[in-house]
Write a protein that binds this ligand. Structure first.
Ligand code: EPZ
Length: 441
């Protein structure tokens, strides 16, 4: 008998209460690889416990890093010897974050063989900007079918990098190479996301010299490895989790308090929700959000920072299916990021999918359905929409959620949702499917 993992959701539900936002996944990934640039042990705290983070930690361990991991705190100590290091293929191609090993490995070992990184199937995920940036700093690459080999036999040297368009991890790789290169580097058209600021904050604590202008990032290379910071480094809160929780609150007509120390980069999302009619109050230790009137759908186009973040496109599309009135959403970063829209349609949402645009008429009554997750943010969006759907929703492939949201369904359950993880047989699933067809007929 074949079994499948599922998340079962019972709706409609309203969420209310207080919840702490976990540490940022996309800030933690480059911080973990940036520790390779340091001499001495690095202490990171508030690192979220997620599959993608676990895989990267596992890769670092295989590269010889000693790691003590307790709850959300990590102490990392890298081996001193300079012998050749092999990044395990089976782990590297499970996550996109493995691309962040490229610059630190080159900087530390002067050579890297990186198996092609994996990640969510949200579109083409080329690495040409990464290779270009590191070539500008003196690295040479050979591209093979399943891997890329990079060398910098004489070490890295400063240079000029002009990105064709802003790239988040590309900018992070460029920064990590430039801080240890000999000489100065200037990065034109970098990404300016808050996760990059967090990496800069860490690198400066390690002794790097980095200056941000309005359009560029300037780096004075040290020409050698950095020193691990003396104090603990605490990662800020995850703005994508915060935004997803706010979308869940808005969808269910609820009221929540988000607790965090710092959550930079959430501003475009807060502004967007205010335009929709949500009441949001900024507090010293987080924010309070409440639905006090019917929300109006607001169209948006995803764009690099400070635009509307692509990583919240799916949860906010779910919200526009519930809010009043027509709207459109255009996805400008990834070409295949609408898998969730098919699931929304199954629940009764009124939307039309074009190539990189979705037109929505909000306010339709929604019903539980059998849906499938295809990527991280889409899985979250399907779940939060199911909270307002009448009846039972079953979501297949829930493993996508665990890649990037820490305790997400537990948090929502504490706020009033009803999610259960379960294993079902194919026969049980088929029965659900048939009963849904009966319902529609
Ligand atoms: C980061 O991916 C995030 N991942 C993504 O979050 C996020 O969606 C993305 O930035 C955009 O904000 C991490 O931080 C680990 P990019 P990244 O390079 O760096 C093109 C999530 O859900 N491009 O900024 O891989 C690319 O095709 C994940 O948490 C090239 O053409 O994205 C895209 O159109 C998913 N060549 C644009 O640039 C390259 O070499 C921006 O991508 C690199 C990128």
């Amino acid at each position: 008998m074949k079994y499948k993992d599922v998340i079962i959701s019972k709706g409609p539900r309203k969420i209310e209460g207080v919840v702490r936002v976990s540490g940022s996944k996309n800030a933690s990934l480059p911080l973990l690889t940036a520790t390779l640039l340091c001499e001495g042990s690095v202490d990171l705290i508030n690192i979220p416990n997620l599959t993608d983070i676990g895989i990267l930690i596992n890769i670092l361990q295989k590269l010889g890093t000693k790691i003590n991991w307790s709850e959300h705190s990590l102490k990392l100590t890298h081996e001193q010897n300079e012998e050749k290091k092999i990044i395990p293929e089976k782990l590297a191609n499970k996550i996109r974050g493995s691309i962040l090993l490229l610059a630190p490995m080159l900087a530390r070992y002067k050579e890297v063989i990186l198996p092609m990184p994996g990640g969510c199937p949200i579109g083409q995920r080329p690495i040409d900007f990464h290779l270009y940036a590191l070539e500008q700093l003196g690295a040479h690459f050979e591209i093979h079918e399943d891997s890329v080999k990079g060398v910098a036999p004489n070490g890295l040297t400063g240079g000029i990098i002009k990105f064709p368009k802003p790239t988040v991890t590309g900018t992070e790789n460029a920064l990590m190479a430039a801080v240890v290169a000999k000489g100065d580097t200037e990065i034109f058209n970098p990404a300016f996301d808050s996760e990059i600021d967090e990496l800069i904050r860490f690198l400066i604590l390690c002794g790097a010299k980095i200056h941000k202008t309005k359009d560029t990032i300037q780096i004075q290379g040290k020409g050698s490895l950095l020193q691990a910071p003396k104090e603990l480094f605490s990662v800020f809160a995850d703005r994508m989790e915060a935004g997803s929780l706010l979308a869940a609150c808005a969808i269910t007509g609820g009221s929540i308090s988000l607790k965090y120390d710092k959550c930079p980069g959430l501003e475009p999302v807060i502004d967007h929700l205010k335009k929709m009619g949500m009441k949001i109050e900024i507090m010293l230790d987080g924010l309070k959000a409440e639905v006090v009137q019917p929300l109006t759908a607001v169209s948006f186009i995803t764009a690099p920072h400070p635009g509307f973040p692509t990583d919240l496109q799916a949860p906010f599309m779910a919200l526009n299916c519930v809010a009043q009135g027509p709207s459109f959403i255009e996805e400008k970063i990834w070409e295949k990021r609408f898998f969730h829209a098919e699931g929304f349609k199954k629940m009764g949402a009124n939307l039309v999918i074009h190539e990189n645009r979705v037109d929505i008429i909000g306010g339709n009554k929604l019903y539980g359905a059998l849906v499938e997750a295809h990527d991280l943010r889409g899985s979250c969006a399907l779940l939060i929409l199911s909270m307002i759907a009448q009846g039972t929703t079953i979501m297949l492939s829930p493993q996508h959620l665990d890649r990037g949201y820490e305790f997400f369904i537990n948090k929502l359950n504490m706020l009033g949702a009803e999610f259960n993880k379960k294993t079902m047989t194919e026969k049980e699933l088929q029965d659900v499917y048939i009963s849904q067809i009966d319902l529609i007929a």
